[in-house]
Design a protein around this ligand. Structure first.
Ligand code: ZN
Ligand code: ZN
Length: 312
């Protein structure tokens, strides 16, 4: 039974769409499974009606990376071209902590992050999303400096700029010792990294909400976006992680919910998707799959919010 459900869940097992997915003037996608090979994610994303997508380039909770064959990268590229899937966003491994003060663990993290960068380059990815990490055992300032140093070390000798790969610092939900739960901290890290690697930000709607920012009331949302613009700069937000939230504002509990079914509601996503200031961003859901088809429904929910003629 479990196997059957798993099969139904996988868009690779769905009949191929007879027509191309509905077009939208925004880049909308979802975090997509790389099961049975990273290149399969492109086919899945297409079948889910995406024009952009996010993947892990290896197992997100294991240190040992998958080997990435040249053929896989070529297939991925060809499918992305065929289906007009861009940008390709990679989310880095959750175990990596580039802010830590533990020498051996930091060394392991730097090596793993270099692997992320190398796979990002091999896959011709546009963005590599990173959680700034935990500064436990040191001060917040030391933590931020350590992240910047670690990224410099991990990227030594790699030409990200020429390849068009940008590292995106994601804002976080505010768990104890974690960096990046305020826009100021994300901005500070971007400042430290300019000149080291191409950098930008990824703003997660669920993290923003549970970290305490008001994005639900229209007044609060305007203030929050103005604050984000003053600190990080809206033009530097290349990816929006579109996740509704199970938990209340300020709770610091990072529990993603289906679009429109949590504490945020559809209006939040409608406002972001139709805001001209964000028209160059990619909007990517990282919503749960509780039932087969939830991924398709969440992508459709986001696409359905884009107002025609509101922007081009
Ligand atoms: Zn993340
Ligand atoms: Zn996220």
């Amino acid at each position: 039974m479990a196997g059957r459900v798993g099969k139904e869940k996988d868009p690779l097992n769905w009949p191929a769409p007879k027509t191309a997915p509905a077009r939208t003037s925004r880049r909308i996608g979802i975090h997509t499974s790389i099961a049975a090979g990273v290149e399969n994610a492109a086919e899945r994303a297409y079948r889910l009606g995406c024009n952009t997508f996010q993947i892990f380039s290896s197992s997100p909770r294991q240190w040992q990376p998958y080997t990435l064959g040249r053929g896989q990268c070529e297939t991925m590229n060809a499918l992305r071209q065929k289906y007009n899937l861009k940008p390709l966003v990679i989310h880095s491994n959750y175990l990596i902590n580039l802010a830590g003060s533990n020498g051996p663990f930091l060394k392991k993290s730097v090596a793993a992050f270099r692997g992320e960068l190398e796979r990002g380059l091999a896959l011709c990815a546009d963005y590599l999303v990173l959680h700034p990490g935990s500064f436990r055992g040191a001060s917040r300032e030391e933590g931020l400096a350590t992240v910047a140093r670690s990224i410099a070390e991990a990227s030594e000798g790699l030409d990200l700029l020429a390849a068009g790969l940008t590292v995106l610092i994601e804002n976080t939900s505010g768990a104890e010792f974690s960096l990046g739960s305020t826009f100021e901290q994300v901005a500070e890290l971007l400042d430290l990294l300019r000149g080291v690697v191409p950098v930008g930000a990824c703003i997660d709607t669920c993290h923003t909400h549970v970290a305490g920012y008001d994005i639900v009331s229209s007044e609060g949302r305007e203030l929050t976006l103005a604050h984000l613009d003053r600190t990080v700069g809206l033009k530097n937000v290349r990816v929006w992680h579109c996740n509704d939230a199970k938990a209340e504002r300020g709770s610091r509990l990072d529990r993603h919910e289906h679009i429109g079914r949590g504490r945020l509601g559809l209006d939040v996503f409608r406002a972001l998707l139709n805001d001209r200031r964000m028209k160059k961003g990619a909007f990517i859901a990282e919503t749960p799959i509780d039932e087969p088809g939830d991924d398709l429904r969440n992508v459709d929910a986001l696409k359905g919010l884009v107002e025609k003629g509101a922007h081009s």
